[in-house]
Design a protein around this ligand. Structure first.
Ligand code: G6P
Length: 466
């Protein structure tokens, strides 16, 4: 079996103890690597005054983790800049928030070169290399320049936007061209794959040689949809842990005679939190009879604080949550708990398990693993109801959830009303279908499908006449 090298910007070595918190990508990669005794390479999350390419190596749970420090200017221009001020908003359809600055683009290229040069000496002949997410699109091109002939795959965890949205990016063609230095590019859903294909055909003069096979820029590329899942077996184990049970009991004690509605998201403008808060406010305003019967808990750990748009949304959510409690709370009761603290995954499992409604309403989301974790946490005899945005990649698989348009607070309020009133047989019927999918299409199935497809691509890259 070939060795697997996984590369991602953020590296979160698995502790195996459920300590990791919200943030699906790192958890999924940890699970994906476990059976491969592979190598995981990425940024240490630390800075150094001058880049030195020095690797910090550790062995965690059979996986070798290799990280490198970056300079502060790299973090500004590459991570906060091009990755999170340019590509993240653009890929989530927020062209109004996307910032275009040449320095960001240069920083992005520089860090990708640095990562490629640092990883190069660790690569062995038969290794499969699997690079993850929008931070690292040009990395295969840089590895190829250094003579790497191994199979290299890329997986995009976020949406691939529609053609008209993507072309608002200056230099969009170069970014797509860089993807043609991979052997396989994976997307979360068929729609994202199609949006990419449409771009290649319309904008890059490319062609589809057969389903899933493209030709452009004088190269061939295989593409596919590989929806990511959760580590279902590990999650089931965590659910039985004392911490999860304690949390479930605690939440049950906080909601005696009340139903718990729960949302868990990184504090990000793509998550639809403002619309969700207003939806809950509408529910309370329109239904005085259920005011005392619900408690909404929104857990939203702060994220990417170096980016202004994140500071701004935080301010707006502080104001909104205060307004809702100010308007509806009584001296002995408040309807809303808004918490910026980060919780362990085993604790979150307990919280999900205590909830009657899971509210997952991103405006755009590549997949959304919180939706899947919520489903996995439910009691089969008395399961809660998942309300899910139709713009999350997960909506394709989890179509037995109550699907909503997250832009509409009215729709969110109506779905909440419907979920709270849903009778047990319907809750069980819907949940069973959801659970079946979450179990079947889990992280192992995702990894195996992707790795098999990558291993099946042609070994040597041959330049095609364009
Ligand atoms: C999303 C991205 C990941 C990223 C995660 C956390 O899931 O797709 O690549 O790691 O958010 O964001 P952060 O900026 O903290 O790594």
């Amino acid at each position: 079996m070939s060795r697997l090298i996984v590369v991602s910007n953020r590296v979160n070595p698995p502790s195996g103890k459920g300590e990791e918190s919200v943030g699906g990508l790192a958890m999924a990669l940890a699970a994906a690597l476990r059976e491969y005794s592979g190598l995981w390479f990425g940024w240490s999350g630390k800075t150094t005054p001058e880049f030195n390419g020095q690797l910090a190596m550790q062995k965690v749970d059979g996986v070798t983790v290799a990280t490198v420090d970056l300079e502060e200017i790299d973090v500004d221009e590459y991570y906060n800049g091009y990755a999170n001020k340019t590509l993240w908003p653009l890929f989530h359809y927020r062209t109004d928030l996307a910032a275009y600055d040449r320095a960001y683009g240069e920083g992005y290229e520089r860090v990708n070169i640095r990562f490629a040069e640092t990883l190069r000496p660790l690569i062995e002949r038969d290794d499969l290399i699997w690079i993850h997410d929008y931070h690292l699109i040009p990395m295969a091109r840089e590895l190829r320049k250094l003579g790497v002939k191994n199979r290299i795959g890329f997986f995009l965890h976020v949406p691939w936007p529609a053609h008209q949205v993507f072309t608002t990016l200056p230099g969009h063609r170069l970014l797509v061209q860089a993807l043609f230095d991979y052997d396989l590019v994976g997307f979360q859903t068929v729609e994202y794959r199609q949006a990419f294909e449409e771009y290649v055909l319309a904008e890059a003069g490319g062609a589809q040689t057969s389903p899933g096979h493209l030709k452009a820029f004088g190269r061939k590329l295989q593409v596919g949809a590989f929806p990511i899942g959760i580590d279902a077996a590990d999650f089931a184990r965590m659910l039985r842990s004392p911490r999860a049970r304690r949390m479930r009991d605690l939440m049950a004690a906080c909601t005696v005679f009340r139903h718990l509605i729960v949302g868990v998201d990184r504090l990000d403008y793509s998550k639809g939190l403002e619309e969700r808060f207003i939806g809950f406010e509408r529910l309370l305003a329109g239904h005085p009879d259920i005011r005392r019967e619900v408690l909404m808990l929104q857990i939203a750990p702060v994220s990417r604080e170096g980016v202004e748009a994140y500071q701004e949304i935080r301010g707006r959510l502080d104001a909104l949550s205060g307004r809702i409690n100010g308007e509806f709370a009584d001296i002995d009761w408040a309807p809303f708990r808004y918490v910026n603290k980060n919780y362990r995954r085993d604790e979150l499992a307990g919280i999900y398990g205590a909830a009657r409604v899971g509210l997952v309403t991103p405006l755009r989301d590549g997949m959304n693993l919180v939706a899947k974790e919520f489903v996995a946490s439910q009691n089969p005899e008395d399961p809660g109801v998942l309300i899910l945005s139709r713009f999350a990649g997960a909506a394709r698989q989890l179509d037995q959830a109550l699907l909503v348009n997250p832009n509409s607070p009215e729709e969110v309020a109506e779905a909440l009303k419907q979920a709270l009133a849903m009778e047990l047989p319907e809750r069980i019927r819907r949940w069973r279908a959801l659970f079946d999918n979450v179990q079947r299409e889990d992280v192992t199935a995702w990894r195996d499908a992707y790795v098999a497809a990558l291993a099946g691509t042609e070994q040597r890259r041959t330049a095609l006449a364009s």
